[in-house]
Design a protein around this ligand. Structure first.
Ligand code: NAP
Length: 321
């Protein structure tokens, strides 16, 4: 599990909810300024979250007879999307959820897809709906995502859910940024008063990530960088927390990082037969205080948060506390 013998895994004994303040404000200072970084073990933290979800789903089943049910829609046969959907189905099974996969051909029409979404929206047996992205190019992704009823929008892409999250009263929180917040809180890394630099401003990762870090309770000071930002290296060197969501392998270089920085690498890039992040891990690991590996960092958290959102969706729909 360890990337190299000198790297210590940053594990926790329990999984605290997002936005939970650290137990004591000096927790950050407990992170030493080591020669090698603490490795934030997303796999282990995600497993704890998944076990909690399983327990809650079991309790709900006992009390109500209802099992959370996620419906996934996959259009076409993109190999990466097939893997992602399969992993989500497996995660549902281990959480004790039902999942249904609706496979549609790559040439599905917009009305056909909208018709399926309408049917799932009105099916009381389905609690969460996930449209696997990217969709084939002839489809209007925004219109498709907007068609998912906000109460079943477990990816939290619907404008209503985005608005609620921005106002600090989330119904669902987008899975990847929510997973990052959980990694930080579960490892006792405070965000309050820290300067967080988020690289990337996509609707799925960068923007909601910045919003969550900025939220009351998280209280970071946030800088968002994108492709038109000059001198990203200079901004990164001022960062206590760097979140990289760029989609460019090893974009963030080791000498861009402060020695006491915490580095969260959201990137998943295939280089030959290897998966690498958006951070030059080998250069960073000897410089910073803590870092997420790729794979095994943010990725597992994304799926764990999807399960949490699906459980929340089921609770909301059956009015179960
Ligand atoms: P995206 O939609 O392509 O957005 C990339 C962002 O990076 C954009 O805001 C873009 O800026 C910015 N960017 C691109 N080139 C840049 C440059 N040279 N300098 C500074 N900023 C630059 O990607 P995404 O969906 O956010 O995903 C980002 C990465 O995270 C990808 O590697 C993806 O595979 C990964 N990911 C991982 C998970 C997970 O579960 N771990 C989940 C989702 C995504 P502009 O807006 O100016 O174009």
């Amino acid at each position: 599990m360890l990337v190299r013998p000198t790297v210590r895994a940053f594990r926790t004994s329990r999984c605290r909810p997002a936005f939970a303040p650290p137990h004591n404000s000096n927790e950050f200072s407990r992170i030493p300024t080591p020669m090698t970084a603490q490795l934030i073990d997303g796999k282990q933290i995600a497993e704890q979250c998944r076990q909690q979800v399983r327990q809650q789903a079991d309790a709900m089943l006992q009390q109500t007879g209802i099992t959370p049910h996620l419906a996934a829609i996959l259009c076409g046969d993109d190999p990466a999307s097939q893997v992602y959907v399969r992993n989500k189905e497996k995660a549902c099974a281990t959480a004790g959820f039902r999942s249904t996969l609706h496979r549609l051909p790559a040439d599905v029409t917009q009305p056909q897809l909208l018709q399926l979404i309408a049917a799932l929206n009105s099916n009381p047996d389905v609690h969460g709906i996930l449209v696997q992205l990217p969709l084939p190019r002839h489809l209007d992704t925004v219109a498709i995502l907007d068609a998912v009823t906000p109460l079943k929008d477990v990816d939290a892409f619907h404008p209503e859910n985005v608005g609620l999250m921005l106002q600090g009263r989330p119904r669902f929180v987008p899975c990847t940024p929510s997973g990052v917040m959980r990694l930080l809180s579960a490892t006792g890394i405070p965000t309050a008063g820290r300067h967080a630099v988020v690289i990337g401003r996509s609707d799925i990762v960068g923007k909601p990530m910045a919003a969550l870090l900025l939220q009351k309770g998280a209280d970071a000071t946030v800088t968002v960088c994108h492709s038109r930002t000059p001198d990203i290296a200079v901004l990164c060197r001022q960062a206590d927390i760097v979140v990289a969501a760029v989609g460019i392998p090893r974009f963030v270089r080791g000498d861009w990082l402060k020695p006491d920085a915490v580095v969260i690498d959201v990137g998943i890039n295939r280089l030959g037969d290897k998966l690498v992040g958006d951070v030059d891990f080998d250069a960073a690991v000897d410089r910073v205080a803590a870092i997420t590996p790729v794979p095994g960092g943010v990725g597992p958290m994304t799926i764990a948060m999807l399960l949490e959102n699906t459980l929340t969706a089921a609770r909301l729909q059956i009015n179960h506390p």
